[in-house]
Ligand binder design. Sequence first.
Ligand code: ZN
Length: 398
Amino acid sequence: MPGVPIARPDAIRRHNLAQLLGQVHRDGELTRANLTERLSLSRSTIGALVADLTELGLLDERVPTGGARAGRPSHVVAPRPDGPYAIAVDIDVTHLTIAAVGIGGRVLNRHTLPMGPRPGPADLVARHIVAEAARVGAEVDKRAWPVGIGISVPGAVDWHSGTVEFAPNLTWRHEEFGPMVAALAPRGLPVVVGNDADLAVIAEHLRGSGRGSDDVVYLIGRVGVGAGIIVNGAPLRGHDGYAGEVGHNVVDASGPACHCGKRGCVETYVGENALLELAGHTGPVTAGSLGAVFAAATAGEHRATAAVRTVAAALGRTIASLVNVLNPERVLLGGSFAEVFRLANAEMVQALDSHTMGAPRNTVQLCAARLGNDASLLGAAELAFAAVLADPLLTRSA
Ligand SMILES: [Zn+2]
């Protein structure tokens, strides 16, 4: 029939390989019987695809032992411990985390470097990343091989070029960070860069609190504040990749000064600096100072409790605007917002109730993000794995 495209057999095979690998990446160990059912393919086709992915060094297969059931048990297909891994990097204002992450999202090893009050200039951070990537790589199975470096940055990232356009809390402006790391990394190793909240929502959608929902907003609460957004099952990037900079929406033009140069941004009311200041802490944000505020609020100490409640109410108003605009099914609270939500749930919900339109409020659920501080790191791994998951035949064995 003229005009009807016909899928070529190798295109179908590539598609099926990607589908099968994607299932194991998302859910971990699966039996051949599971895969046959999920992919609606014949048992012999599944057998051939598993053989291909095993040959490529991506998956492993074993016959389960034990069990009292009669009959031949279905083979179990799983990620290989000596298979490919992503080098995932999470740059936060106070520290840098770098990890080797295998297929299935398993963290194989990790290093965390304190970065002082600020990580320093981009070229210095790029050198740290490449040095730590080598250490991380030396600790994994000798037969394993890296597929790429995925980097999470707390700032606006041009996703086409890997340029960090503006990361106010790092004091970086127009840093060609992706190319900078690639120039120092082993030749040919792809380097991809994304915004921390954008990457966190990808990880939460795949294996955290966003799983099973196609309309998710993830709010990250760190020194900076941002949103990662999934709409109709796909990440919302915007034209250049800058969508979700909720932290710099101005709510009061005469409000407190923000690191971005404006006044009265959302971040100045709900970011970690705002929380510490409200609680009477001076000095920079550290895991210790934040932990102390949350511990004091948990114990019912007056000023810490009031600080957490004030932040919760401001956050509820911010969420209300997002709910009105995006009509999400779930709003996930990540970073320090998870703890604010736990301690001052009532204040947050009340602010949300008061400031949303009725209909979208009725269906939205608020929940703490499940992956904790690893969400951006695991999202960075997804970024590095994306090409292999899309076309497993592109992988290369060491
Ligand atoms: Zn701002």
